[in-house]
Ligand binder design. Sequence first.
Ligand code: NDP
Length: 398
Amino acid sequence: MRRVTIFGATGSIGRNTVDLLARGVGGPTRVVALTGGRNVGLLAEQARLLGAELAVTAYPELLDALRAALDGTGVEVAAGPEAILEAADRPADWVMSAIVGIAGLEPGLRALRHGGTLALANKESLVAAGPLLLAEAARHGARILPVDSEHSAIFQALVGEDISAVERIIITASGGPFRTWPLSRMARATVAEAASHPNWSMGQRISIDSATLFNKAMEVIETREFFGVDPAQIEVVVHPQSVVHALVGFSDGAMMAHLGAADMRHAIGYALNWPVRAHLPVERLDLAALGRLDFEPPDEDRFPALRLAREVMAARGLSGAIFNAAKERALDHFIAGQVCLTDMAVLVERTLAALAPAAGADTPLTLDTVRAADRAARAEVDRLAGATVPAMSDVDQN
Ligand code: NDP
């Protein structure tokens, strides 16, 4: 029986994973551990539903509430970041990495030591520390399967193909809620507007990252790390319907596209069933009803995140860690109402300019150097936001 652990079980990806497991997708499982954050009520419900052996909240102050919610069930409970790492130390064959943010890196790294499969939704891990994660997987004979819909799509388009025959990889972006907004209006966007993705239902942070195309910038870097292609081979195209998730162009001019409904249970289910395809409870596409599929180039003036991603890929070293941390911290400032939507890219660009030159390709990539770069970037964003928010809100808006 397959042993399964889910990090971030109470989030959007985690809930979809629990839904599939509860329906028996992936076959018989023994759930070793489920981890969550603040939503201990849901965590307890999931632990009961799946008969989990251990439930862990990231927050020690919520341990009593979790314990009370699971009283009499026999489910072990624990709390705090160390307890999440201890959960990662319990052997599992298939682990879902779906904590949001850099907090997902270390549990994923630890889980790889069991030599099983890490289903990776936590793109922050790959952006901040891709080479570290891949080396750890290789060291322990573990496999990392993509869960991000674009990367799952690329992975599926590459089945049976030779990566050396790949000319280009195109990932699609819906364009988010601000696809047609002028920069001046984008600057006044509220958190609620930014978090309302036109096609996908996701957690708040990734939804806002989609609105700024920072999510797509992360995915471009993720593509480079996952598939080892040259950054120049990776393209982004805006596709408002979110039906085509990615395309791979080959040396003979053929292009393989992956189409599917906007439902993360497809990519999660593919990773659960891989290498076989099995029935999944997702909507089937009706192409005639869809009628048309549109594609347009991204506007890098309004969405500078894509340009920043290319700079990060050229700089290598710890610049991915700096980029990710600066983006996460800038988002904190936006959610807190301290900076406007368009300030986020300014904060990230300035942080990269300040820190990345000293953190290039020669800098060794270890968990410690990644953590230090992460801390420095967050401090730099705080410093910049505190000092310059009003001026940055006024930058170059059409
Ligand atoms: P959510 O915000 O919905 O969920 C995040 C999960 O992480 C929750 O279980 C949350 O707990 C937990 N969590 C939050 N902070 C911490 C912390 N400091 N330590 C441990 N656990 C924590 O995020 P999503 O599910 O949307 O995204 C998860 C990951 O998957 C992200 O990396 C995202 O980029 C990626 N992803 C998501 C997609 C999607 O469709 N949602 C698509 C592709 C990738 P709680 O809610 O209980 O507080």
